[in-house]
Design a protein around this ligand. Structure first.
Ligand SMILES: Nc1ncnc2c1ncn2[C@@H]1O[C@H](COP(=O)(O)OP(=O)(O)OP(=O)(O)O)[C@@H](O)[C@H]1O
Ligand SMILES: [Mg+2]
Length: 237
């Protein structure tokens, strides 16, 4: 069965350097996909290429059958493929309410704005308590909530998260992990880059190890894996 998101022979990079080399991956036929791998090997670049933020030099990306490689980020979001940018990429002078409203800019999302807001605030009740607070005054964890909440306002048919718990203290990290699991339980398939292997295993049915801009290993749905197996893959044993 082919996935909702099909990446075939993708090459992408910056300037003269290719970061992703002929990468092929199928996403979303069997639940959530987790991506992991060493720092600097192209995980974020892959997510950004999928979202139209980094140019695909060759290869194809198809979402729900539509060719999306090198489409504008706006049109890709319009199709329901939504990337939650890291919390530190939000506009500092906007309030939480204004950020969430920005997430509803596509026609598809505008039609469901009310229901999407309700869902985002149910997952992150803290956001309604602080509705008029500016992003610049929020903690790292709260910014991450705004970022994911804003993505939920775009009516995602698939949601992409890049290290949603990076740098968070244990208590707030736990809150974010629970929220991400809730989003998944609500029926939105996820593509998640995450360094916390325990969380990644809990969340994902299908995993890919990204190394040197390529798929170095795949853990298929139904294949059982524990922390030690992942570490062995990671360190090439
Ligand atoms: N805007 C950019 N311009 C030039 N090179 C970049 C840019 N962004 C990333 N790179 C380079 O691309 C390579 C892959 O970076 P990328 O951020 O995709 O890795 P990553 O796997 O997400 O790493 P991490 O685990 O640290 O987040 C790195 O060598 C990085 O220096
Ligand atoms: Mg990264």
């Amino acid at each position: 069965m082919s996935g909702l998101l099909e990446i075939t022979n993708l090459t992408a990079g910056y300037g003269r350097i290719d970061v992703l080399h002929d990468l092929t991956m199928s996403i979303g036929a069997h639940g959530n996909v987790g991506l992991f791998g060493p720092n600097g090997h192209g995980k974020t670049t892959l997510l950004r290429a999928i979202s139209g933020l980094v140019k695909a030099r060759s290869g194809s990306i198809r979402f729900g059958g539509a060719a999306i490689a090198n489409q504008t980020p706006r049109s890709i979001v319009g199709l329901g493929l939504v990337h939650s940018s890291q919390g530190n990429r939000l506009f500092p002078d906007l309030t939480i309410g204004e950020c969430l409203a920005l997430g509803a800019y596509t026609p598809r999302a505008r039609a469901q704005e009310e229901a999407n807001r309700e869902r985002a605030l149910k997952i992150f009740p803290k956001l309604s308590e602080r509705w008029n607070q500016k992003v610049r005054t929020l903690s790292g964890g709260e910014r991450q909530m705004v970022s994911i909440g804003t993505a939920l306002m775009s009516s995602p048919a698939m949601l992409i998260l890049d290290e949603p718990t990076l740098g968070l203290a244990p208590k707030i990290k736990e809150e974010l992990c629970r929220a991400v699991l809730d989003i998944s339980a609500g029926g939105i398939p996820l593509v998640v880059v995450e360094q916390d292997v325990e969380f990644l295993l809990e969340l994902s049915q299908h995993l890919y190890l990204i190394n040197h801009g390529q798929v170095a290993a795949e853990i298929k749905p139904g294949q059982t894996m524990d922390h030690a197996d992942i570490m062995a893959l990671y360190f090439g044993q």
